[in-house]
Write a protein that binds this ligand. Structure first.
Ligand SMILES: *Cc1c(COP(=O)(O)O)cnc(C)c1O
Length: 396
């Protein structure tokens, strides 16, 4: 251990003897993410019991938690698919020995697909160019490309727009006939599953029906229809179809404002206080300075900054938990560090400062940081930087 934890932190204290990334090396990290895999396990079970078959979305390094560990835990607890954005993310899972069905959906024009087809990864396709490239790659590699056709039902992000469906489905069927590809899935993404009565959501679901009927009319028989994200998985039975693609709920963030489904946040971020100093009233702190102490107080330096994901946009609002007390960030967030105003708390170097966690011991949550920074919790989770070491508390 590099620092002593002088505050009881209950479940946030990692089981250092079981930390997957410790690998027998001394722990030298200053700041760390502690990922509670038991929370991932709980959330996966809860989602699977509510919504049926689950694709665990582990893009962006498992929303900052570490994709392989999250993927393994979710698969052990009932998830049957993995979803990622990029080919590199899919191949990284395969390189870790994770062989579960995996879909990726984002790639540049000119993608050649050979490596992903050889790795048995499913591919989303929304253009004739992609179908042609997939069929070519399948022929070159002696594989059959497993394709999920993506339709844009109203979000105007990825996917083929309705006027393109007939041609897309027609060509997909032709390539099926030549044996190059198989249309395994038909899918879309919902813009507003948080609002069950939203007109745009209802229109998207109707359009998805239209797309399914059109696909069938072209002779396609996609076995897996999928549309729902976390919010849909939790509250929209009519959008669950054959698979739900859950991201944020898997990590324990409640996706629907004002509703609590009993999800458990998996990520805690903490660091040791590295220096303290007693200063008089009127002391300027950090750049500018645009903060001055209003009394004699103790300042505590914490080695987490905006390069580590403490959002600079939170200036003037952020808080950490130290010795069971919320302490404000004094002055601007720096790249590598923040200064806390801890008042008269007897804080010592080595004490633990918690940026956020589940909130059970009074520490801020990712959602609070999101509010302070004017963003969402996804942005906070995925923003935690690479140099913050990930450590894992195992699932029970
Ligand atoms: C990120 C993503 C998801 C997961 O969405 P959540 O709202 O986090 O559950 C699902 N599908 C696609 C296509 C995505 O890009």
């Amino acid at each position: 251990m590099t620092y002593k934890v002088s505050t009881p932190v209950g479940q946030h204290r990692p089981n250092v003897d079981h930390c997957a990334q410790r690998g027998g090396m001394p722990v030298t990290a200053m700041a760390e993410v502690v990922v509670d895999l038991d929370a991932i396990a709980h959330n996966t079970r809860l989602l699977a019991s509510l919504a049926g078959p689950v694709m665990a979305v582990v893009k962006a390094g498992g929303f900052g938690h570490g994709a392989p560990a999250v993927a393994r835990t979710a698969l052990q607890c009932g998830a049957t698919w993995l979803g990622v954005a990029t080919a590199a993310e899919a191949l990284a899972l395969r390189a870790q020995g994770i062989t579960a069905p995996t879909l990726f959906w984002l790639y540049p024009p000119g993608e050649t697909f050979e490596d992903v087809l050889q790795a048995g990864v499913d591919v989303s396709a929304a253009t004739l160019g992609a179908l042609e490239a997939l069929a070519d790659a399948a022929d070159r590699t002696g594989t059959v490309a497993n394709v999920h056709l993506k339709v844009d039902t109203g979000m105007s992000r990825g996917g083929a727009i309705p006027g393109e469906w007939a041609e897309l489905f027609g060509w997909a069927r032709k390539y099926e006939n030549t044996g190059s590809l198989r249309v395994r899935g038909l899918w879309t993404h919902l813009a507003n599953a948080e609002q069950p009565h939203d007109a745009g959501l209802r229109s998207q679901l109707r359009q998805f029906d239209v797309a399914r009927d059109a696909a069938r009319a072209h002779g396609l028989e996609p076995q897996i229809l999928h549309a729902g994200n976390s919010a849909a998985a939790l509250q929209l039975p009519e959008a669950r179809f054959d698979l739900v693609r859950v991201g944020i709920a898997l990590y324990g963030i409640e996706p629907i404002p004002g509703r609590d489904f009993g999800l458990r946040p998996a990520m805690s971020v903490r660091a040791p206080v590295v220096l303290t100093k007693r200063v008089p009233p009127g002391t300027g702190v950090s750049y500018g300075p645009d903060f001055h102490t209003d009394r004699e107080t103790t300042l505590a330096l914490v080695p987490l900054g905006f390069a580590d994901g403490v959002p600079r946009q939170s200036n003037g609002h952020g808080e950490f938990l130290v010795r069971g007390v919320r302490c404000p960030v004094a002055g601007r967030v720096s790249m590598d560090q923040v200064v806390l105003d801890v008042g008269d708390l007897p804080v010592q170097p080595g004490d633990e400062a918690v940026m956020f966690g589940p909130g059970a011991d009074g520490e801020p949550t990712a959602g609070e940081w999101a509010a302070w920074a004017g963003t969402n919790a996804n942005d906070i989770l995925t923003g935690i930087g690479e140099r913050v070491v990930r450590r894992y508390r195992p699932a029970r």
